[in-house]
Design a protein around this ligand. Sequence first.
Ligand code: FES
Length: 576
Amino acid sequence: MSSQKSRFRSARIYGRTDRDGFIHRSWMKSEGLPANVFDGRPVIGICNTWSELTPCNYHLRDLAEHVKRGVWEAGGLPLEFPAMSLGETQMRPTAMLFRNLLAMEVEESIRGNPIDAVVLLGGCDKTTPGPLMGAASVDLPTIVVSSGPMLNGKFRGGDIGSGTDVWKFSEAVRAGEMLPKDFAAAESGMSRSPGTCMTMGTASTFACLVEAMGLSLPYNATIPAVDARRRVLAHETGRMIVEMAHKDIRLSHIITRKALENAICTIAAIGGSTNAVIHLLAIAGRLGIPLQLKDFDRLSSEIPLIVDLQPSGRFLMEDFHYAGGLPAALHQVADKLSLDAPTVSGQTLGEVIAQAECFNDEVIRDATKPAREHSGIWVLNGNLCPNGAIMKPSAAQTSLYRHRGRAVVFETIEDFKARIDDPTLDVDDSSVLVLKGCGPKGYPGMPEVGNMPLPRKILARGVKDMVRISDARMSGTAFGTVILHVAPESEAGGPLAIVKTGDEILFDGHARKLELLISDAEIEARLENWRNTHTPPKWNRGYYRLYYDHVLQADRGCDLDFLVGASGSNVERESH
Ligand code: FES
């Protein structure tokens, strides 16, 4: 059988004439596969995070069929397999808790099966980085096909954006500026098609970063989910992954240090989600590429906001695509990028963006007339966050870039919800809202609650932003002067744990400082007391227990400590 001469790992399984070869092939023939497809051609795994519980990925079975067409056309054998799907709007306590579980599942599914290369189908926030982390630890040729953004939301004749307008409308209802019946009407007009949030939320951000890192074909990030051109892209991806399998172009050949740096620059240019920081750190950890929190500030803070999309700006992903998509945006910051970085298209990143044209300079700004001067990620240091904290200046009110105020502390999210609208709450416009217990271990899973709603009585005064500090994340669709990912988190005994209502806090964005204005001796005394009185949560079994015992802090990507690194694709033993 010719497959015995094939160099593919699948040929070591399908190319045998003994009992084990019989077993491997015979059961696959039950799917209607003829004998000739086991002739040594590359087997392409199509990892699909489709689920009816993940509406953003609802159309991925259709896209998978188009990937298969391309694989067959190019002479490969496509085999689709499911992976746990994580619906951001459906899962409790938070989809982030399960990102690492998804990564483990994908890693072992790829390694354990006779697969030579893999196409990852994902979209909703965790369903791109999770599979990518798993795939990175196996390191076969890999391409991502994203869900693509849903159509622009519509309400009262105008566009509305996923998430971003939910936060705005919700605050407007609380402030008495929007009728509940209009709130309900907006709910029906916001999500009009399958696809991911069409603001520059986490899903759109990460799809852009995947494209910027060269791990998808050009325009993968922006083609709307229901646009026929996404099916074409899926078909072309099927052809391309077969070529990559033949050339043995592995994931680690594409995601290099340069590619990660290009991704960090891209976060700034697009006004991307703070969640991307955690996911990129985790992916770098899988690949053994040194990447630190400070790299995000160093590489991104000099880059202005080029793409004028919500939540940092005005427009939505459909507009972004029709204006020229990510290549046109990267064209504006080309001097900051490593243009010789390879992409799965076979071209370098520089070659891809050299061909790009901009068709709407309101949406994709010229670098000399950016949407904002300050973009990217600010990485803060100080005694309140010894291992760092981050914020997104493009989503914040510039008048709060330097602020000193009195802390109003909430010990848990339940405490926050119970008291935030209490008319007797001792809070004013200059207060700093502090939320504890929402980090990786504390919640558990580090939910997107860092963009705390403002107190009703402050909203009623027309105030739209306050400084907020927590160990939580925030939705990529959210906005405000929100300091996130404080590390170590309160549950891990970081100084956040000992902040009391009434303490003074200084935030100086330009100096990258976050300071609790009490003495070192007082901090140490309070921490000592915290250590003596703190009772950790009792997760006795299952994934919660595994996660709590092993999750790393935000500054290290929140991976599980034993998943950092890679194990390659080799499996020594037969199954029978
Ligand atoms: Fe799935 Fe936003 S909820 S991408």
